[in-house]
Write a protein that binds this ligand. Structure first.
Ligand SMILES: C[S@@+](CC[C@H](N)C(=O)[O-])C[C@H]1O[C@@H](n2cnc3c(N)ncnc32)[C@H](O)[C@@H]1O
Length: 295
């Protein structure tokens, strides 16, 4: 998979899901000058390329600094977050994805950025399944970063061909989200943290309840949507988890076929409005949640 003579385009962070459909083998030249990070990513139409969600997560990785840390990129797609973590000083990156082509592209993009293969452990895994019982991973991770899929299932069999098909993620689009909340702690060292993105499309009350059950006390907003706030992580007091960034993101056309399912799930589960309308346009609330593994 040589990158010689392939088309190269400059990535525009303002574009939404547009990069999912560029021709496989296109080189995205990603210049994130505001965080002093430049990298190359080769696209594959069956592998998810970065969107504004991933860019914001990348900003957090850079500001965290990963010096000498063992980092897990959970649901790695193109490997974008893995590359940023290593460039930010991670000693080792464990990248996982259900999609075998995502694992292939994560390894490829790692090399494309001149990173040494020894520091990458890329594993095809349905959530944590392939890592359970692996003593080199369980309880060994300092930091898990994840931008999980959010698309609810259609009825019937799923044929996973395009990058978007790999984001179809069970009732409410919650499979990876819930695995992270219910099992993520077992892969972290004591004091290790997870930083992940969740959305109003998946039901914020359900996410809040699950976090309380598995991570203990968190910071909650006193409103119908308990995750509708953001605070500085350092100001959380004795809470183990908090929303550290809240952004309304324009709903890309990519989600339109799933709107009835998203609305039906919210209604059935008694969740807050999954989408917000502003000046005739639909937005989803996105919440960046940080949680600490406190024994
Ligand atoms: C929104 S993409 C994020 C990709 C990349 N981390 C980024 O930020 O650009 C979500 C990823 O989750 C993966 N995925 C879907 N279901 C999964 C599962 N059950 N276990 C692990 N990964 C899964 C998809 O293949 C896809 O690569």
């Amino acid at each position: 998979m040589s990158s010689i003579s392939k088309t190269s385009i400059t990535y525009d962070p303002e574009k939404y899901a547009d990069y999912q459909s560029v021709e496989s083998g296109t080189i995205l030249n990603i210049e994130l000058n505001h965080i002093n990070t430049n990298l190359l990513l080769e696209t594959h139409q069956a592998v998810w390329s970065p969107t504004p969600f991933a860019i914001k997560m990348g900003e957090f990785i850079v500001s965290d600094g990963c010096h000498q840390k063992v980092v897990m990129d959970f649901a790695s797609g193109s490997g974008f977050l893995s590359v940023i973590a290593r460039k930010s000083g991670a000693a080792k990156v464990i990248a996982t994805d259900l999609n075998p082509k995502a694992i292939m592209m994560t390894k490829h993009n790692w090399r494309l950025n001149n990173l040494h293969p020894e520091q990458l452990h890329a594993i095809e895994s349905d959530c944590f399944n392939a890592m359970k019982g692996n003593s080199e991973i369980e309880g060994q991770v300092d930091m898990i970063y994840s931008n999980p899929p959010t698309i609810p299932d259609f009825e019937g069999d799923i044929k996973r061909l395009s990058a978007g098909d790999w984001n179809i993620n069970g009732k409410g689009g919650r499979i990876v989200n819930d695995a992270l909340i219910t099992q993520g702690r077992y892969f972290l060292k004591s004091g290790g943290e997870v930083l992940f993105i969740t959305t109003s499309k998946q039901g914020s009350k359900l996410t809040c309840e699950l976090l309380e059950q598995h991570w203990g006390k968190g910071v909650k907003a006193d409103s119908d949507d308990p995750l509708d706030y953001a605070i500085d992580w350092e100001t959380r007091g004795n809470a183990n988890w908090a929303v550290i960034k809240r952004v309304d993101l324009l709903l890309s056309d990519y989600y339109l076929p799933f709107l009835p399912k998203i609305r039906q799930f919210a209604k059935e589960q008694g969740q807050p409005e999954p989408l917000i309308e502003k000046e005739g346009k639909l937005y989803q609330k996105t919440y960046f949640i940080r949680a600490k593994n406190v024994d």
